[in-house]
Design a protein around this ligand. Structure first.
Ligand code: HEM
Ligand code: NAG
Ligand code: NAG
Length: 517
């Protein structure tokens, strides 16, 4: 046989046996999985599983339907794999609070996110996560966030003035697409409060170099090629170069350089006087991080390297920018649907709680075989009752953030109503909700446990500042029929118009100046 033919055949032989091995392992896992016992919806497609139903889903409609039919704990198929779904609060406590036994899916953490945010807090687990979190926590404390309030208010007033200048003569209402404006506002806020950097997104149509670099990286990372997906699924292939094209490489280099400059400037200020050049105390997250890194409470070997701190710049952008603007968009939408709440909020400027979460669900993977206890037992396909779920290392679980926030079992019959006053009236929230392991407000919007959102106070104060300024100034109404507004779920669920899906996420409102009678 010709040597080349022989080598080719043996390569194909090796690949073939590897493929067969993977297939056999997959089939073995699937047929012997303890999850097979759990009830759940039928599988409509061998390849896609139930993923299409969930992606076409308006918010949590499909999930709620499943829970009504199969109970709060069930199993569905996400492409080729089974996925455990549970709204059971005992189970959710176990999953979220058992430190690092349940982690982000490896492909998301080590591959997709790492490409975007480097080695920042979002991709760390276990010891490295614990260390970073310890240095970073003080930067997000109550007092530190309070000091940022004037930035939040300042940028809110900036947006208010832009909108006010668009209102027509004699206060005739103007149609404004609020999502893009809110996104620019939260970008300016995270730039200033995060790293003392001006993105100038509200003022200019041309993005600054940080925003430009960051959006190129995000866009490229969302446009996955077949090779990217293969590399994410089959770790061995990551030994080969990824398909990063020159634009993305350039953007990543630019991002690093800007991060390094920002860190250098921060260190300059702090080492000179402990203050910023203009004499005010530096209070942005980056300065707070550098200061915390120098604190005597942190042993020398636990401090953060410059690289780690630079990685937090893009981490804060990913984690804090669109999350906050999307939540604000839904909050204003909710207030056009219940005008009496908008009016009441305007009148009293009560501290309106914002429950609208932009996350439908968050995945976690079991790092070891485990038994998850349940408060509500389930009956398996053979009629046997179980007070817990056996999971195997590698099983994926969907933590249903939105569905738990809207569960009638937990919140009562009015769970799905936008009703901020439930937090104000005594007995307004049922005691059952105290079992939800959320870091804030008995909802999972900011998750709970080791990976709970570190920036939740930051974003709450920012959102309250903006609503305070806007609701006092404007009256808002939806500019399209309410049935036109649908929610498009990807990682964050965002509003879209049914008739204009090609325009992506948007929310047009009518606004006019509020004139007291
Ligand atoms: C309404 C706005 C926000 C929402 C709904 C939100 C929600 C969340 C959620 C659900 C997680 C957990 C993700 C996971 O573990 O899979 C998270 C993590 C995180 N958030 Fe937020 N967030 C918001 C705003 C912010 C802001 C403004 C910042 C920063 C300034 C921020 C920084 C982070 C960081 C760094 C993490 C990673 C924490 C860790 O893994 O230890 N977030 N956020
Ligand atoms: C944190 O402290 C270590 C040790 O003192 C130092 O080498 C490192 O550069 C510091 N990192 C930052 C971002 O300041
Ligand atoms: C109980 C609760 O907080 N319900 C809220 C869940 O989220 C929706 C919007 O996403 C709000 O309208 C509900 O008030």
């Amino acid at each position: 046989m010709h040597p080349i033919l022989r080598i080719t055949l043996s390569i194909f032989g090796t690949l073939g046996s590897y493929g067969l091995f993977l297939l056999a392992r997959y089939l073995y896992r699937e047929t012997t999985s303890p999850l097979n016992k759990l009830p759940g919806p039928p599988n409509p497609s061998w390849i896609h599983g139930n993923s299409k139903e969930l992606q076409d889903d308006e918010l949590d409609v499909t999930q709620t339907k499943w829970v009504e039919e199969y109970g709060p704990t069930l199993v569905f198929r996400w492409f080729l794999r089974k996925r455990l779904y549970t709204q059971d609060t005992k189970a959710l406590n176990h999953i979220l609070m058992s430190s690092y036994n349940y982690q982000k899916p490896e492909a998301l953490r080590k591959w997709h996110l790492r490409n975007v945010v480097g080695s920042g807090l979002l991709v760390q687990e276990e010891d490295e996560h614990r260390l970073q979190r310890k240095v970073m926590n003080p930067a997000f404390g109550i007092a530190q966030i309070r000091e940022m309030t004037d930035i939040f208010v300042d940028e809110s007033i900036h947006l208010r003035d832009i909108w006010a200048s668009q209102v027509g003569p004699a206060n005739s209402p103007v149609r404004v697409e609020i999502r893009s404006w809110l996104s620019r506002m939260t970008l300016d806020v995270i730039g200033r409060a995060g790293f003392n950097y001006r993105c100038n997104a509200l003022d200019s149509t041309e993005p600054d170099e940080l925003t430009k670099a960051f959006s190129i990286i995000c866009e490229m990372s969302n446009r996955l090629t077949f090779w990217d997906i293969l590399q994410a699924v089959v770790p061995v292939l990551r030994l080969f170069p990824s398909t990063s094209n020159s634009a993305k490489k350039e953007a990543q280099a630019a991002m690093k350089r800007i991060g390094r400059d920002l860190l250098w400037q921060t260190k300059e200020y702090l080492s000179a006087t402990g203050e910023k050049a203009d004499g005010r105390r530096a209070k942005d997250l980056l300065s707070l991080l550098v200061r915390s890194n120098m604190s005597k409470d942190i042993p020398e070997q636990q401090r953060m390297t410059d690289e780690d701190v630079i990685a937090q710049v893009s981490t804060f952008l990913v984690a804090g920018h669109e999350t906050t603007s999307t939540t604000l968009t839904w909050a204003l939408f909710a207030m056009t649907q219940k005008k009496e709440i908008q009016i009441k909020l305007r009148k009293e400027l009560l501290q309106g709680d914002i429950a609208c979460t932009p996350f439908a669900g968050i995945p976690r993977v079991a790092m070891k075989d485990d038994f998850i206890p349940l408060s509500t037992a389930y009956t398996d396909r053979n009629g046997k009752v179980h007070n817990g779920i056996q999971v195997r290392k590698g099983d994926t679980i969907s933590v249903p953030v939105l569905a738990v926030n809207r569960s009638k079992e937990l919140w009562g019959e009015d769970a799905r109503d936008f009703k901020p006053e439930r937090w104000l009236i005594p007995g307004g929230i049922p005691t059952a909700v105290s079992t939800i392991p959320g870091v804030w407000g008995n909802v999972l919007s900011f998750l709970g446990g080791a990976h709970a959102c570190i920036g939740y106070r930051f974003s709450l104060v920012e959102m309250k500042a903006l609503l305070f300024v806007l609701i006092r100034t404007f009256e808002f109404d939806l500019a399209v029929p309410a049935e036109e507004v649908v929610s498009k779920s990807s990682i964050l669920h965002r509003p879209q118009l049914k008739s204009e899906p090609e325009k992506g996420s948007q929310l047009p409102l009518w606004m006019k100046l509020y004139v007291p009678l």
